[in-house]
Structure formats: structure tokens, C-alpha cells
Design a protein. Structure first.
Length: 418
């Protein structure tokens, strides 16, 4: 009898000591946070103004989700096309005012996110949450939590407090901890005269809103750093050193690394084990920067694979909160969203199908030529056959079948949004 492709690939991996059955089961349990903001170009529902804060979407492909109903329908479509466990990642600007009563960001309550909580419950998944410190009239001279204007700073501190309460409620209702990520685009276009003051105010502001009582097992606050944004090229308040030091000095606070937020030759794959040597838990924003923090769709490329490899070979799958963060408005958004999620699944699968113990051993014995050859060998193992099996077992389309599904949704649903 002729073996099918999966069975034959399974035997090849088994020879290297890898049990593909175990890997397929385990991978499907690892939660990856699916960001809601790919579906509507990071607009949200609480304002009409432009996207600000140094981030930009480019392109105007048809079919952008314009309402909560549309965005949730699109997200459900994406989930149906992606294998693996999910979390739902929501920004505060995606508040839904079901009773028609708008409240500003400093007054948000859990009830404004009940639709999202119900969506998570429907899929038995958790939610991650993000205060939105951008795209808002209270951003004063490009600053929020670091503003010298006390009224402005107070408004954003109140927003932070509201978000801690919302995050805690999300965790309580879903039964999963809520990772609450703090990122601001605060900074200056040109050379500042005071680099310390804004950072002291930023530090004090975060400390103020994290001082309200909350259960640290339910809410996991993170601070995300950045090197620069569009329009804030000279100085970013929440720099790498700022975010890392803040997390290191505040119990229960995690550093969040976004791989679009570093100088072009720095790699987050190398930073992951460095932080794991010190922090019990860390968080990631997985994206694809091209020349800048362009937030292109995540692909199954070298650095994506390398990041997944580090998490797996550091045995840190339960210490790293993995979230996606990209937004491309120039192509079918369902396709963009889906390919990014599936690429990270592929990266994790590929890392779990790597004979890591054997490779480490070669390194420790300083057998570097053998290590190089072994690492090159791994690259041509029959990974695609295991990936196809994973898709089949999780009832999602294979890569070959994917475009037809996305195209049909475009014709049936997206094209009608005029
Ligand atoms: C911006 C940061 C931030 C945002 C999201 C929308 O550069 O990466 O994480 O992309 O919060
Ligand atoms: Zn990010």
C-alpha cells in the first residue's frame, strides 16, 4: 500500500525524534491573539477623525468593515479560515454604544465591550485589550500620558483606569487572563529640549492608573516600546529602554516587543531569550516591517520563523503572550488577516518540528560545521505535508483552497458594502 504524504512525512520526522502527532495536538491549543483592527484600517467606532499617533494604513481596497456587525462578521470569517486556538484583541476605540449613548474614553465601562466579550464566549476564547492613546482630540501636541498639560494627562490617566477595569471584567467573564497593552505614540517631530520630563510624566501616569486595585492574575499589563513613528521621528517617549525598565521595575508588568519597533538590523528573535532570562512572562506584537514599522501582513519568512523558534526552543510557550499586529488596506482585508494568522501558525509548527535538543547539543559541543549542515537539513524537511494535515484536522482550507474562499466572501459580502 502506498503511504499518504502525511504518513511518510511523519516517519521522516520520527527518525529525528519528533512526534508529529503530539505536535499537531499541542499547536492547536496555543492561543494567538487575533487583532480586530486589520478589518477596518484601525479606525474603531468612537470617532470620525483620521488615524494618528505615528501609525498609518495605506491603500483603499474595497470592503472595509464600517460597523460592529460588519467587523465581527469579518472576524468570524477569518477565524473559520485559521487553524489553532485564538484570543480576540480589541482596542478601546472599538467600544460599542449599544444604547446609542456615546461616552468618551475616560468614562468607558465594561458594558461598552459586552459584544466583544460575548463574541469571545461564543468561541470559548479569551480577550486581550488595549487602551487607545491615539486618534482622539485629547491628544495634545502629539502627547497623551506624557503631556505637560495636566488636564490632558489626567484625561488619559482616567482612560487607563477605565481600561484596567474593562480588562479585569473581560478576564472574569471569559475565564482567561487579559493582556492589557500600553502603547502611546507620544513623541516629537524634531529635536526636543527636554527628553527626561516627558518620560518622568509617562512613568508617573502609568503608575497612577496601574495603582487602582486589580487582580494581577486576571490583568497582565504590558508596556510596548517603539523607536519612532511618522511625524515623531526625533524622539519617542516610550523608547525601548523606557519600556523595558518600566516593566523590570514594576511587579506584574510585562515588556511587549513589536518586531516593527526597532532599528532595521535589530531582531526580536534575539531579544526574546534575552528577556526570558529575566522576566517570568513577556508579550509580543508580531508584524512585518518593510523599511519602517509598515505593519505589512506577517508571512512565513525567516525572521518570523526565527521568533517562533526562540519561543519553542526556550520552552517558553507558556511564558510568551503572542499577538498579531498588522494592517494592510491595499488588499482584501480578510486575506491579509488570514494569511498573517496562518503564517504565525506555520512558524510555530515549523519550530515545533525542529530537532531543537539535537541542535543545541551540537552547539554545546562546538560542532559548528555539523550544526550548520543540520540546520540547513531542517529547512527542506517535508513541512508542507504536516501543515496540510494540520489544516485538514482543524477543518480549515489548505493553502491551495484558501483564495477561493476569500474570493467568494469578497463577492458575496464585501462587494456589497458600497
Ligand atoms: C503602533 C503599535 C501599536 C498599534 C496597535 C494598533 O506602532 O504597534 O501596537 O499598532 O495598538
Ligand atoms: Zn504593536
Amino acid at each position: 500500500m502506498c503511504m499518504n504524504r502525511y504518513e511518510s512525512a511523519k516517519a521522516i520526522y520520527a527518525d529525528l525524534g519528533i512526534d508529529t502527532e503530539k505536535v499537531l495536538v499541542k499547536l492547536a491549543t496555543l492561543p494567538v491573539s487575533l487583532h480586530c483592527w486589520q478589518g477596518d484600517d484601525v479606525r474603531g467606532f468612537d470617532h470620525d477623525g483620521p488615524l494618528t499617533g505615528g501609525i498609518q494604513t495605506t491603500g483603499n481596497y474595497m470592503g472595509r468593515a464600517r460597523t460592529p456587525d460588519e467587523l465581527i462578521a469579518d472576524m468570524e470569517m477569518v477565524m473559520s479560515l485559521c487553524p489553532g486556538a485564538k484570543k480576540i484583541n480589541v482596542h478601546a476605540c472599538y467600544a460599542i454604544f449599544e444604547d446609542g449613548k456615546f461616552v468618551d474614553r475616560d468614562k468607558l465601562e465594561p458594558k461598552h465591550f459586552q459584544r466583544w466579550i460575548d463574541l469571545a464566549k461564543k468561541y470559548k476564547v479569551g480577550i486581550d485589550f488595549n487602551p487607545t492613546f491615539f486618534s482622539h482630540p485629547m491628544v495634545k501636541d502629539g502627547l497623551t500620558l506624557s503631556s505637560p498639560d495636566e488636564k490632558t494627562r489626567k484625561f488619559w490617566i482616567e482612560h487607563g483606569k477605565a481600561c484596567v477595569r474593562i480588562s479585569e471584567e473581560m478576564a472574569k467573564q471569559t475565564g482567561y487572563p487579559c493582556v492589557m497593552n500600553i502603547w502611546t505614540g507620544d513623541g516629537f517631530k524634531d529635536i526636543p529640549a527636554d527628553r527626561l520630563g516627558p518620560r518622568q510624566r509617562y512613568k508617573d501616569s502609568i503608575e497612577q492608573f496601574l495603582a487602582i486595585p486589580f487582580d494581577k492574575n486576571l490583568v497582565k499589563p504590558c508596556v510596548e516600546s517603539k523607536v519612532f513613528g511618522i511625524g515623531v521621528e526625533a524622539y519617542t517617549v516610550g523608547s525601548a529602554e523606557f519600556a523595558l525598565s518600566f516593566a523590570a521595575m514594576h511587579d506584574g508588568c510585562l515588556p511587549l516587543m513589536d518586531n516593527g519597533h526597532y532599528h532595521p538590523t535589530e531582531v526580536v528573535s534575539d531579544k526574546i531569550p534575552a528577556l526570558l532570562a529575566f522576566f517570568p512572562e513577556i508579550a509580543l506584537h508580531i508584524t512585518r516591517p518593510i523599511r519602517w514599522d509598515s505593519d505589512h501582513v506577517v508571512l512565513f519568512d525567516d525572521e518570523t520563523k526565527e521568533m517562533a523558534k526562540e519561543i519553542v526552543r526556550c520552552d517558553a510557550l507558556d511564558r510568551v503572550y503572542m499577538a498579531l499586529d498588522y494592517f494592510d488596506a491595499s488588499i482584501n482585508r480578510i486575506g491579509a488577516w488570514t494569511v498573517g494568522f496562518r503564517s504565525w501558525q506555520k512558524a510555530l509548527l515549523s519550530a515545533m518540528l525542529t530537532p531543537n535538543a539535537m541542535l543545541k547539543d551540537l552547539q554545546d559541543q562546538n560542532k559548528m560545521s555539523e550544526l550548520m549542515i543540520a540546520q540547513e537539513m531542517v529547512k527542506t524537511l517535508p513541512f508542507g505535508d504536516i501543515w496540510n494535515e494540520y489544516c485538514t484536522r482543524n477543518n480549515v482550507p489548505s493553502d491551495l483552497e484558501l483564495f477561493a474562499k476569500i474570493d467568494a466572501y469578497e463577492k458575496d459580502v464585501l462587494a456589497k458594502r458600497v
